[in-house]
Design a protein around this ligand. Structure first.
Ligand SMILES: [Zn+2]
Length: 216
């Protein structure tokens, strides 16, 4: 693509190595979060989207993607399915529960004519296929139509409820990555909300102990 210089007050930030938003000019069509662990694919698709007028942020896997969603919600997500730490399937599942309004396109490097089974994304794109024009058309279609899902998120913003596992530990589901981790029981932990760090995604988790929840 040609890298045109913007004029006037229009913003231009490039390249996209650190996952920052990339703004090519002042004519933005929407914000896209691109989650892919393959640098070349990430750069190829990002460059295409930026040249088409989208603002792009990149992430290397599902956990990194969730971290990016803490700062700002995009208009659309494109996610690879096969990634370490958190796969595209798990990431899609979390996004559906927390941000059902955001359309998601999944991509794979393995050839398939249709959406892989068990995946509930809004569209599917075979990366090895190229050309990229169909991907642009799908993005435009999904970002221009009314929201596909208007229901409320399945995950609320209240404190997580730690559940006693009967064996010296409390189990807490992180409200950010929706994974469960254990928290050791200590006698002084009985009242008030507590805070701990999710061992999976590093999110600060607010929680109540089960005994306290029952007394409220
Ligand atoms: Zn977490």
């Amino acid at each position: 693509m040609s890298r045109q210089q913007p004029s006037g007050h229009e913003e231009c930030r490039y390249p996209l190595q650190d996952g920052d938003w990339v703004v090519m000019d002042g004519h933005q069509k929407g914000r896209v979060l691109l989650v892919d662990d393959e640098p070349l694919i990430q750069k190829l698709i990002s460059t295409l989207l930026v040249s088409a007028g989208y603002v792009v942020q990149t992430a290397v896997d599902g956990l990194d993607g969730l971290g990016k969603l803490r700062a700002e919600l995009p208009d659309l997500i494109i996610s690879d399915l096969n990634m370490d730490r958190m796969s595209g399937r798990e990431f899609l599942d979390v996004v559906r529960k927390r941000f059902p309004q955001i359309p998601v396109i999944v991509t794979t490097a393995e050839f398939a004519n249709e959406m892989p089974s068990g995946v509930t994304a809004d569209a599917y794109y075979y990366k090895g296929g190229l050309p990229l024009q169909p991907l642009l058309e799908t993005i435009s279609e999904l970002t221009n139509k009314p929201p596909l899902r208007t229901g409320l998120p399945l995950i609320d913003n209240g404190p997580a409820q730690a559940k006693w596992d009967g064996d010296g530990q409390y189990l807490i589901e992180c409200k950010d990555c929706l994974r469960v981790f254990s928290f050791p029981h200590t006698p002084d932990v009985v009242r008030d909300e507590k805070w701990t760090i999710c061992i999976h995604c590093g999110n600060l988790v607010r929680f109540l102990m089960a005994a306290q929840v029952e007394r409220v």
